[in-house]
Design a protein. Structure first.
Length: 568
């Protein structure tokens, strides 16, 4: 018998029936000490039992004893009346718990004493977990990656499940449910294998599941490629076909050398007959190619190297104008756009206006140019576009006729301006003899309103015939606008207006470099004084780097040049 202390514990009465006086309590328990007779006795599969004993009381009035117990010291939610016995066995206790016990005595009136001394007992966990493999099924044939899973329970709690393959650990221990592992069966040799699972609880109890036998049968043989051929060969593509002895995917590698560099998109459909088409090939070019097929097990087969030569490209592009629409009226700046396609690829698109190039050739889509219609005469014009491919095949679109009408964009035809060196001001409007400019548009000294005014074909500029303009060194003296009349002998009291060079001028004092298709360009009635500063008094299309003047008549009349007149 183990004694848990000789001193009784005197406590407050716990209920109304517990009314024995302190002396009675002491008398009843004067010789009572609670003890544990049996440390642990097996009971049911998930429970344990403890036998408690105490010395009998020698005091008068004793009717019986009650045992109190629980899993916290001083707190006893459970009790049992054992009658006038001095020992009792408690069953149904949970393993892995510490239980605390105390006893009371009661008389025939059910008056109950305070608690005795407290004793405790740890109930050890001796019950192992239960575990079984739930997948794969016994006798199964497995390949690739399969899931191995198990079910495990414990009276207290499972802390880990370790899967084993042929007695060796398979992966790391699983510490939380669901208990499973992805087994790559390709790491095991082909044949029969045994799977088990070992479960453990917190105190180290373990249990091993029944073994499950499986057969590993992995495919390690790649497909066999046969009947490889190329057909439907054109200037830009070819169809490659082949067969395999088992279902597998399809892909072709190709390129100008055995380094390939290009692949068709992977066709993941598993089949035994394969056909893939490399596209975007260059015409009249030799290509290397090989085919690849991978089966469901991941085994890859690659063919030997083969070559094909594409055909010469004789197919021209297809091209059409998409804007502006046929018969439309245009003005200002408009977008001319085209659509062009080719069986291999469009290399360039050239827009044309009335058969002449309109802008530079475009080598990439979108194909569109901005056309400033004021550079064309009012009236009907024809737009077309020529597309070419890399092989030199060309195609011309259908023509689109449009009408240019820029009348509303120009000032009234035949505007008249006046220039007076003595009395003029460049901030005047220049449109009357009373509000003349000091200089004319096209002179380097022109400022203010004069500088912001644009002369148009059909306009006339009158210079005061009695005045002299002293021209500073620069690129030119007076730059002539095509289609405009410059008159120096019809207004004023002099004979001819004088233009005098006061420094070197790069080209000519009067510089005629442009004309107009329908309006004549006129320079009349000037005294041109080179003043030993300029070689050329009047230059027409000088110095040879501008386009030919092919428009309306160019008229130079009543000019006196005080130096060599140089015409080119």
């Amino acid at each position: 018998m183990v004694v848990f202390g000789p001193k009784l514990r005197e406590t407050t009465v716990l209920s109304g029936n517990r009314t024995l006086a302190g002396q009675l309590c002491r008398a009843v328990f004067g010789a009572c000490v609670l003890t544990v007779l049996c440390s642990l006795a097996p009971a049911f599969s998930s429970a344990a039992q403890v036998t408690l004993a105490w010395d009998p009381s020698t005091g008068p009035g004793l009717a019986g004893y009650k045992l109190y117990y629980g899993t916290s010291s001083g707190s006893y939610p459970f009790s049992v009346d054992v009658g006038n016995m001095t020992s009792h066995t408690l069953s149904g206790l949970l393993e892995g718990q510490i239980y605390y016990f105390a006893a009371t005595a009661y008389d025939s009136s059910r008056n109950e004493s305070g608690f005795s001394n407290e004793v405790s007992k740890a109930i050890p966990d001796v019950t192992p977990p239960t575990v079984s493999i739930t997948a794969p099924a016994a006798g199964a044939t497995v390949s690739g990656t399969v899931t191995v899973s198990a079910s495990a329970t414990d009276n207290v709690g499972v802390v880990g499940v370790q899967f084993k393959l042929d007695g060796a650990n398979l992966g790391a221990e699983a510490t939380v449910a669901p208990y499973s592992f992805a087994w790559n069966t390709t790491t095991a040799v082909t044949g029969a294998h045994t799977l088990t699972a070992v479960a453990r609880d917190a105190v180290g109890n373990t249990a091993t599941s029944a073994a499950v036998s499986v057969t590993v049968a992995n495919d390690t043989t790649p497909p066999v490629i046969s009947s490889l051929s190329a057909f439907n060969i054109s200037s830009s593509q070819a169809t490659i076909t082949w067969a395999t002895n088992e279902a597998s995917d399809s892909q072709v590698e190709y390129g100008p050398t055995t380094a390939y560099g290009n692949t068709t998109p992977l066709n993941v459909t598993l089949a035994t007959a394969h056909a893939e088409t490399p596209i975007g090939l260059l015409a009249n070019t030799t290509y290397h190619y090989r085919v690849k097929s991978r089966d469901a097990a991941g085994n890859l087969a690659t063919s030997a190297d083969f070559t094909i030569t594409t055909l010469v490209d004789i197919t021209p592009p297809a091209v059409s104008i998409t804007a502006p629409t046929p018969g439309s009226t245009v003005s200002g700046t408009v977008t001319v756009a085209a659509s062009a396609t080719d069986n291999v690829g469009v290399a360039g698109v050239q827009f044309k206006l009335d058969g002449a190039n309109l802008g530079a050739e475009l080598t990439a889509a979108p194909y569109a140019v901005s056309w400033t219609t004021t550079t064309a005469l009012n009236g009907t014009h024809t737009l077309s576009v020529v597309a070419r491919d890399a092989a030199g095949n060309t195609a011309t679109s259908s023509s689109v006729a449009v009408t240019v009408n820029n009348t509303a964009l120009l000032p009234a035809a035949g505007m008249t301006y006046y220039v007076n060196q003595t009395a003029g001001n460049d901030n005047n409007n220049g449109t009357t003899t009373g509000t003349p400019w000091k200089n004319a548009p096209g002179m380097l000294a022109c400022t203010g309103v004069c500088a912001t005014t644009t002369l148009h074909p059909g306009d006339t500029v009158y210079f005061n015939s009695a005045d002299t303009w002293l021209l500073a060194a620069g690129a030119y003296g007076l730059h002539i606008k095509g289609g405009v009349a410059y008159i120096g002998d019809s207004w004023g009291s002099g004979v001819r207006a004088t233009l005098r060079a006061m420094g070197p001028i790069d080209s000519s004092i009067i510089d005629i470099r442009e004309d107009n298709p329908s309006n004549p360009t006129v320079v009349k009635g000037f005294d041109v004084d080179a003043n030993t500063q300029v070689t050329n008094g009047v230059g027409i299309n000088y110095p040879f780097y501008t386009s030919p003047l092919t428009g309306a008549v160019k008229r130079v009349d009543n000019l006196v040049v005080h130096n060599t007149l140089h015409c080119s």
